[in-house]
Design a protein around this ligand. Structure first.
Ligand code: PMP
Length: 422
């Protein structure tokens, strides 16, 4: 009878074979563009393999000893003997992995110790370790601001911040990169009542510029917003204790949440959020990217804890890193390169090239001389820029920095990026 046929059954197409739609066909243009680039004979900038790693600043790539200038290994902790020893000891004592979530069987004493190390380092009441920095932003941002509330973020924010907004249900408002006026204007337009979270970064990793945090934080507070600062690229070498740009700029009392990563200055993998908010620990129960994933291997958190404790007392390394950054910035500027910032603001120096062809040619010429830098292109970059991003390490010697400048000179001339026809 008609009554026996449910709407669900009638909706099924009786034809046994429907043409299969290739879900990857939407990427055809990208695949073709990448192939066209590789067909010109260049090496694929996104398929580099480190065959051997000799130190924080040297690796073997395609059989050649190569200086690493694109690793974010700012403080060079990856081969620190104490850090490596702590990892080995934890591997022996606790095994290779936890096979579980932090809220079930995945909290081992090294995880608690790592959170203690973070609390000591940041001088905060609470610290929560995530499996990556990406997940820390994903979890904290999506959980803090819910339905009917607002997230206000810088237009040049990292993908993990955008994805944190995407995962949650809050309204998202963007303001112009580092514009205090635009932040003020946009906050002023929002209804007064709902909760608001302003998300900032200490250092913006594409151009290596820093945020005017005192002004930004003052504006956020004026409008009743809470403030989160991502210090992924500031931890380790900004501020007297290496906490980040927010420490250096003296706004620690007004920043509610600091997010960071172990994948840069700390020299391993993992992410975290620290806070003095008295209710912060509830996040452990409600933050999905914390609850529904396995915790870090104990060897990883043990290396992180040791590294973080050493970073507190790394004033000499901080000073040397700044010296390296100033020298490289000055050297590249004198050669005639266009840089992301007029003055050295962080340990990231971004070299701006005209277009993809020039950027790839320059990147390859540097690699052939034995220098690895990061290539960055749209959509990861602001304003459609093609960048070669250099990140310095406290373990780069003054001689290596001179060598690097010499390589940029030669590669720049060979590719016409500098001094062409003049
Ligand atoms: N925030 C910023 C600003 C970053 O640059 C990054 C990584 N590049 C992350 C978060 C994510 O860190 P992780 O590598 O630990 O996932």
């Amino acid at each position: 009878t008609e009554a026996a046929v449910t709407p669900h059954q009638t909706a099924i197409d009786p034809a046994p074979v429907a043409p299969e739609r290739d879900l990857l066909s939407k990427f055809d243009a990208l695949i073709a563009e990448r192939q066209a680039l590789i067909d010109t004979g260049v090496r694929d900038p996104f398929a580099i393999v480190m065959e051997k790693v000799l130190s924080p600043t040297l690796a073997i790539i395609k059989g050649r000893e190569t200086i690493l200038l694109g690793t974010y290994n700012y403080m060079g902790m990856t081969f620190d003997p104490d850090v490596v020893a702590a990892g080995k000891a934890a591997l022996d004592a606790f095994g290779s992995g936890t096979t579980g979530s932090r809220v079930l069987n995945g909290t081992y004493s090294p995880h608690k110790d790592c959170e203690e190390a973070l609390k000591e380092f940041y001088g905060t009441d609470h610290a929560m370790v995530f499996s990556t920095g990406y997940q820390a932003n994903l979890g904290i941002i999506s959980t803090l601001a819910g339905k009917g509330e607002y997230i206000i973020l810088d237009a040049d924010s990292h993908a993990s911040i955008y994805d944190g907004c995407g995962l949650g249900n809050a309204e998202v408002v963007r303001f112009r990169h580092n514009s205090v006026e635009d932040l003020d204007k946009r906050l002023g337009r929002l209804p007064k009542e709902p909760g608001k979270l302003v998300v900032l970064e200490g250092v913006y990793s594409m151009l290596g510029d820093i945020a005017p945090l005192p002004e930004m934080v003052a504006v956020a507070k004026k409008h009743g917003a809470m403030v989160l600062v991502d210090e992924a690229h500031g931890m380790g070498f900004f501020g007297p204790n290496g906490r980040g740009v927010y420490e250096e700029q003296g706004v620690a009392d007004d920043v509610d949440f600091v997010v960071g990563t172990f994948s840069k200055s700390v020299g391993t993998v993992g992410g975290f959020c620290v806070s003095n908010h008295p209710k912060f620990d509830v996040m452990r129960l409600v933050c999905r990217p914390y609850v529904f994933t396995a915790s870090l291997p104990p060897s990883v958190v043990a290396t992180a804890a040791t590294s973080i404790r050493k970073l507190r007392h790394a004033a000499d390394k901080r000073a040397h890193l700044w010296q390296n950054s100033r020298r490289l910035h000055g050297g590249l500027k004198d050669l005639g390169f266009t840089l992301g910032t007029d003055t050295p603001q962080s340990a990231i120096i971004a070299v701006i090239l005209h277009d993809q062809t020039q950027a790839v040619a320059m990147w390859q010429a540097l690699l052939e001389q034995g220098l690895y830098v990061n290539m960055a292109r749209p959509p990861a970059t602001p304003a459609g820029m093609f960048l070669l991003r250099c990140s310095l390490c406290a373990e780069h010697t003054a001689e290596q920095v001179e060598q690097i400048i010499g390589m940029f000179d030669a590669a720049g001339r060979a590719t016409g990026a500098i001094g062409s026809g003049t």
